[in-house]
Design a protein around this ligand. Structure first.
Ligand code: NDP
Ligand code: ZN
Length: 356
């Protein structure tokens, strides 16, 4: 990337879908100029999160097209604005699900930017950026991104960038509820859905000293779970005798929440992070909830920027990395198919060098 004029729009190229039924195709676009507090990152790796699939297929809301998904971004800083202090050219940086927020409300001041009370959380893609003339945001399946430095995560030079990318969403989304529920040594933690997020939840919970159990829908990845150190692996909630302090659901399809609530200890908690399509979003039955009381259910949305940095530092320190398969941009469509047909293992990570 030579001769960058920070005051000009930044040319970019990526892979986009042009409708909810489309497959990925090359797409040329541009990004807003690099403001005083912004950095320009050359993207080297981008993870494929199941949220990308829900978004590209308009499963939560009508998407903004053309859509360039990708919110698990790792790369190299190639330009910095005049007031940038956290980064210099040549540093490694990560970007997750957000690129900006108001910075002034109570949530932003507490570094819970995903809950910006002015509703100005700017998500990395499929969002209109109110700080830049409401232009649509484009994500990480591309060669570069311009982001406010506050929303970029410092990544040390010796970190394995391909494995760092998925931490920016799968990592923080599972680390945050484990912290929120104060998981400690000896707790029994169950993880429902054993894919990109689920496998990270398992690894973090084990590192925190918990006894960990997995609920999947078949035994294909049982050996992987055992190798990670889980104490039990189930393919159904029926007949399970174990009772849990915390259940984290990462399930992206229709399921019965109560079948999991039944497995909580008295005072146990269920954290819901999986976001099935709106048309089959699981419901909670108030009668069952009230008469089987003494349990807590909560939702959890990624995590704030300060906690994302904490998660990254924790992951690198303990060498907790995702299980990844590095693919080329040409393989994105195939990866989407595998992720929806139960043929995927854990995380696909796109090598952006393959974007010509
Ligand atoms: P993956 O596709 O990588 O993993 C999902 C896993 O769930 C797969 O292993 C799948 O099994 C399994 N699964 C599907 N249905 C069931 C079921 N009924 N019972 C048990 N397991 C099941 O997805 P991700 O981990 O990337 O994402 C998971 C969910 O989390 C998505 O809905 C995503 O949108 C959401 N998400 C939420 C975030 C938040 O902030 N709250 C942030 C990021 C993601 P199989 O291999 O057989 O398909
Ligand atoms: Zn994600």
């Amino acid at each position: 990337m030579q001769n960058i004029n920070l005051n000009d729009r930044i040319p970019a190229k990526g892979f986009a879908v042009f409708s909810k039924t489309d497959t990925f195709k090359p797409f040329a676009f541009s990004r807003h100029p690099v403001g005083a507090n912004d950095i320009l990152i050359e993207i080297l790796y981008a993870g494929i999160c199941h949220s990308d699939i829900h978004s590209a297929r308009s499963e939560w809301k009508e998407g903004i097209y053309p859509m360039v998904p990708g919110h698990e971004i790792a790369g190299r800083v190639v330009a910095v604005g005049a007031k940038v202090t956290k980064f210099k050219v040549g540093d490694y940086a990560g970007v997750g699900c957000m690129v900006n927020s108001c910075g002034e409300c109570e949530a932003c001041k507490k570094s819970q930017e995903q809950f910006c009370q002015k509703k100005q959380t700017i998500f990395t893609y499929d969002c209109l950026d109110c700080f830049h003339d409401n232009e649509p945001t484009y994500g990480g399946y591309s060669n570069n991104i311009v982001v406010s430095e506050k929303f970029a995560i410092n990544v040390p030079k010796d970190a394995p960038l391909d494995k760092v990318a998925p931490l920016l969403c799968a990592g923080i989304t599972t680390y945050a509820p484990l912290k929120f529920s104060n998981v400690k040594a000896g707790d029994k933690v169950a993880v429902a859905g054993f894919g990109g997020l689920g496998s990270m939840a398992v690894k973090y919970a084990i590192k925190m000293g918990a006894e960990v159990y997995v609920f999947a829908r078949n035994e294909l990845k049982k050996q992987d779970a055992l190798d990670m150190g889980v104490s039990g692996f189930y393919t159904s909630t029926r007949g399970v005798k174990e009772r849990f302090d915390l259940i984290i659901s990462t399930i992206p399809t229709a399921y019965d929440v109560h079948s999991y609530l039944n497995l909580l200890k008295f005072g146990g908690e269920m954290a819901i992070v999986g976001l099935p399509p709106r048309e089959c979003s699981p419901k909670i039955d108030t009668m069952s909830l009230v008469f089987d009381a003494g349990k807590k259910v909560y939702g959890s949305l990624i995590g704030g920027i300060a906690q994302t940095q904490e998660m990254l530092d924790f992951s690198l320190k303990h060498k907790i990395y995702p299980e990844i398969e590095v693919i080329s941009v040409e393989q994105i469509n195939e990866a989407y198919e595998k992720l929806t047909n139960g043929k995927a293992r854990f995380r696909y990570v796109i090598d952006m060098k393959t974007l010509q």
